[in-house]
Ligand binder design. Sequence first.
Ligand code: ATP
Length: 255
Amino acid sequence: MFNIEEFDIKLDTEIIGRNFVYCDEVESTNDLLLKSKDFNQHGAVLLAEYQTHGKGRKNREWISNSGQNLTFSILLKQNYPEKKINLINLLSSLAVAQALENLYQLNVELKWPNDVLVNKKKIAGILLESTSKGKKIEKLVVGVGINVNQPNFPGKFEIQPTSIRKEFKSIVSRERLLSEFLNLFEYLLDTALEKPDKILNDWRERCKMIGEKVKIIQDKQTLIGVFDDIDDDGYLILKTADKVEKIHYGDVSLR
Ligand code: ATP
């Protein structure tokens, strides 16, 4: 059982998480927050102990034991321009990385655009989804799944999952982790408006693929080149044999 008081004591934000909804079971925290008319405030956070249809990108599944991990979504309603969305994607993974470093001294690696790895294994996943009115983004939700106290991950995965419990060798407080994450998330979100370079540099520091030869799969197309850098908006700059390309999406792996 998630202890809301324990979480609230350590929450140091102005807006993010001040409107907090706790559910036993939902289909998907992202879907509920995108659709809900009741929980419609900027910064609202919805945490569910279990998702019957937890999602990853391209309708891949997010599988997480009930009551052992963190699966939650944050609602943002600030009409961010399209370009800022990618930065929010990067800063969400950076906030997870910094929370894991601060609380458990884990050595975290970030994989473009938003995978969080420890010892080459996946410890968290992030999925941004939005609804639009005309050209304006009306609601943006940041869905986060962090493997916290789950002891093992049966099944087949492209990248092997791991949890804090497995890496830190101890069961940890989900309440403390959620408050730490939201504190960092709000700080980074504010920073993104004034000093986006700070976010980009902190993200770069944790990405081991920059400078390496990579393969990028985009729908039916495969691109091969050197992961040169991320640009000012956080898009991946790929140097292929004859040109430099800006990559907006795709699955990146080392060649
Ligand atoms: P990939 O991790 O293969 O690059 P992705 O970035 O699209 O994919 P997400 O959208 O974040 O990943 O999450 C979906 C993927 O994560 C699924 O394909 C599944 O293999 C994997 N996955 C599902 N549940 C977990 C979990 N609890 N821990 C780690 N990985 C998981």
